[in-house]
Write a protein that binds this ligand. Sequence first.
Ligand code: KG4
Ligand code: ZN
Length: 332
Amino acid sequence: MLLLGIETSCDDTAAAVVRDGRDVLANVSTNQDEFHAKYGGIVPEIASRRHTSVLSAAIEDALDRAGGSLATIDGIAVTAGPGLIGSLVVGVATAKPLAFATGKPLYAVNHLHGHLFAAFLDRDVEPPYPFLALLVSGGHSQLVEVHGPAELRVIAKTRDDAAGEAFDKTARLLDLPFPGGPALEALARDGDPKAIAFPRYRPDAGALDLSFSGLKTSVRYFLESDAAAGVTRADVAASFQAAVVDVLIDRVRRALERGPYRALVLSGGVAANTALADAFRALGARHEIPTFVPERRYCTDNAAMIAATADRRGEIARVDPLALTADPNLPF
Ligand code: KG4
Ligand code: ZN
């Protein structure tokens, strides 16, 4: 099955063509960083206007690169939520008439499911079910048990900030440019992860919840304190990053006790972080479980993962093109 995927839930305008939920024939993505950078964060109104300007061209580009057209694809998959309402509406309002006019099936995809099925893209070996996934993005941080395409269970969430949000906010404290996550990781490469012992959130034994707002606050207090003079900004970045990685890895380790799971999957924008991905793979190796970390371009928001999810979920995801509405709070 050949599906066109459309993703506009936040600030990336993306279109892709994917065969059988795995082979990526085209993956087009335009980021809007230059338009948001001067505000230090994503401005929703700007995000939706940019999607409006570039989405049609992105779709044509993806179909072109895949060597096809609307006539040759078998269906259209679009992110229906969660995300920014104005951004989601652009994708949904574009996908609906395409499906209606061509008579091809329309599939509504939950953006977070998309991050999970990113692990199947461009792979010879797929993650076997049931697998445990750590989904860490700018808006969400959660642990998910995936028993199959139709059976996805969230077993833990963050109590406050998402991991990516913590990276972005801490990057701002360090005067790093937007987007903060990659900039903070780059700075951390020159720093000592043990320079500052930032707090790690540890719930009671057996509990799996995550929390990052205390960590972010302690970075702020540290930077305002006299002790800040004794270390470099790179040390602060590296020590912060080490604390985030420790918390995430500790929670995955705890969750593994609920298994057995046949694989570990890391996904979402923060999965692009090398320190996290390395620690995740090392944890899998210690527990003798295969780990799957999508290629960087499939970790951050993309449309290939949306097409892959629709393919895998099939009829469960299928919707009436006239009835679909974007839902910024779409339940998992
Ligand atoms: O999945 P994603 O592209 O969008 C959402 O669905 O939120 O994730 C974006 C998040 C941002 O918070 C960004 O700072 C973070 O992922 N991120 C990173 C890295 N690359 C992206 N965080 C840490 N290290 C990175 N290399
Ligand atoms: Zn995302």
